[in-house]
Design a binder for this molecule. Structure first.
Ligand SMILES: [Fe+2]
Length: 262
């Protein structure tokens, strides 16, 4: 794959996104949110890839998997009016089906085409499967890091705006904003394990799930970005100031420091 392929795919993607343009401001806001997210994940994937010393062709592969990773989000929202996979479809699989139906990747040879589809289908799994080959593993990890970095950005910006009363249920996955946190969420983080989706009962749990992603970051350049941008501090600020929360952030911050300064 080369930069010409990447450009062709970008043209297709932005044209595709335009077909979802709407007069409904709420709908349009959510389309814009995913379009901007995609743009930034492409940038993150490229930046981390460069830090990892990837060559030109591999950087193209990283960028294209980032470009298409959330292509299913637009149709998901149009059909189901939610970004919650639990309440609709698995947006990664849904995106792969769209790419297949539209024949978007047909200019590529089969092995690369299949690789991209696999990377996309893995991006939202709680864990990567065990038996993934080395190349697929590298690019899946890279995409997952790039995606998380931008989601941290989106949600921390959003929690800050929420303090000014701007709400968007689509971002909160329709979870209730009730007090306290759930015990299994606390236990998982203290044990050094990412929080499970099924552990989440309210918005605080969701914020802690995002904090617990630090255990699922694959590369030092990604962790460095997380630390330097202060995302953990911002998440903590969006949560109640309790002893449990302080303990959680102490644990994850020392994990990050330990990873970066072994
Ligand atoms: Fe996604």
């Amino acid at each position: 794959m080369n930069t010409q392929d990447v450009q062709t795919f970008k043209n297709w993607f932005y044209f595709y996104v335009k077909s979802f343009a709407s007069d409904d401001p709420e709908f349009q806001r959510n389309m814009d949110l995913k379009e901007q997210h995609t743009k930034r994940v492409c940038q993150e994937a490229t930046d981390i890839g460069k830090d990892l010393g990837l060559n030109e062709a591999d950087l193209c592969l990283a960028e294209v998997s980032a470009l298409f990773h959330d292509v299913g989000r637009f149709e998901q929202y149009r059909q189901f009016k939610t970004f919650s996979d639990r309440h609709s479809v698995n947006h990664a699989e849904f995106g792969v089906a769209i790419l297949e139906k539209e024949g978007v990747l047909n200019r590529l040879e089969s092995p690369v085409k299949d690789l991209i589809k696999t990377i996309i289908s893995y991006h939202n799994r709680p864990r990567l499967p065990e038996d993934v080959d080395e190349k697929c593993l590298l690019f899946s990890r890279l995409l997952r890091d790039a995606d998380k970095l931008d989601i941290w950005r989106v949600v921390t910006d959003y929690y800050q705006q929420m303090e000014n009363g701007n709400k968007n249920e689509a971002v909160e996955l329709d979870l209730p904003d009730t007090p306290g946190i759930s015990r299994p969420v606390f236990d998982r983080i203290i044990q050094g394990e990412p929080v499970l989706f099924e552990n989440m009962k309210n918005l605080n749990d969701f914020k802690l799930l995002q904090a617990g992603w630090v255990y699922d970051v694959n590369f030092a350049p990604s962790l460095r970005r997380l630390r330097d941008r202060g995302y953990l501090k911002k998440l903590q600020k969006a949560l109640p100031d309790s002893e449990e929360i302080r303990q959680i952030f102490k644990t994850i911050e020392s994990h990050v420091e330990g990873q970066l300064n072994p």
